[in-house]
Design a protein around this ligand. Sequence first.
Ligand SMILES: Cc1cc2nc3c(=O)[nH]c(=O)nc-3n(C[C@H](O)[C@H](O)[C@H](O)COP(=O)(O)O)c2cc1C
Length: 378
Amino acid sequence: MSAELSTTFTGLRFENPFLLSSAPPTESDSNIMRAFDAGWGGVVTKTIGLHPVVNVDGPKTKFMRANADSARLSMQKRAGAVLHSSWNWELISDKTLDWWVPRIRRIKEAFPNRVLIASIMAGSGNDKELRNWQTLAEACQDAGADGVELNFSCPHMDRKDMGSNIGKDEGLCSVVTEAVKEVATVPVWTKLTPATQDIVVEAAACFRGGADAIVSSNTFPALPIIDPETLEFEINVDGLVSSGGLGGPAILPLSLCNMARMCQAFPDRAFSGIGGVSDFAQALSYFLLGCGTVQVCTAAMLDHAVGPNVIRTLLAGFDQFVEKHAADGWKSLKDFRGARRDRMVLQSAIRRPDGDDYQGGYEMVEGYATPDRSAASV
Ligand SMILES: Cc1cc2nc3c(=O)[nH]c(=O)nc-3n(C[C@H](O)[C@H](O)[C@H](O)COP(=O)(O)O)c2cc1C
């Protein structure tokens, strides 16, 4: 049985449910077209804004790696270490809206059947800023973008009315989404920050504003490690650092937890999962919780910039998974999406062991000492 890879998400038909997320892999038309050639079902552009940005001096992203034989975690390149996470302090696209518009048009002319989502960002402090969101959305949809993704999640904006500062404020989430929905003729996705007390609150606010889907996660607020020899942050400019964002394998379980809570709260709504996906096993976790698409950044950056091997692995993994579950009648994502959505419950709803089996929680697993049975029997 061959897998049915195509899927419909927020009314858009995707050849497959795997997208490149808004980030360096999607910062130019040439990259985006290479990504479509490689097989990605969709691409979200690097976030487009109206305010010009200039990035910091030096590297904007680095990768943290862990040693297998010691506790060392470092951005320094070394043999045998495995990827732990990415860390970045890159701002939104440094290209103008005028630069993007003709390129969006050209990409869609070349790939009419692939989904191109324009990620956009403006402020939210006054009516002029709300109008900026509308200007961005209208320009991108008029150029042919299939949808817009509102960036309420960039973790390193100083402005109090931008990026993750919007995503931390349910009122702003709702107002900005509503402003974009007033002019949008295409689906509107909102990308939320994980740096909030209860992401379900902001998701609800976006849905109240009319959002067609929630996207999560952007990177988690993080600092690079301080080098114990030089006493300098592993990334710094003139010795200084600012809070940046952590992505990659380290954030997979964190992002899944947020996603599980939102998918349970809104089982009939659309969600796109991001965070730590590099092969099908990780994408599957998001699908089983209820996501209709997944997006990838860090793994693609490390794979020829647009992830040709990553998408190949994702597609092959999907095929193999469906083949393995042929007896269950699973042919396409809709057959298993959300199949584990209800498995996250309150701690008190988890079964406790029966009397004799109880070891006070000190079973011999990693992180605990061997149980002291003499003490237990006193
Ligand atoms: C260098 C870099 C730049 C990014 N730029 C953006 C951006 O412009 N807009 C956005 O919404 N997310 C941006 N992101 C976040 C990613 O799209 C993604 O949400 C995050 O990296 C988690 O996915 P991952 O674990 O696959 O990396 C960026 C991430 C990185 C590493």
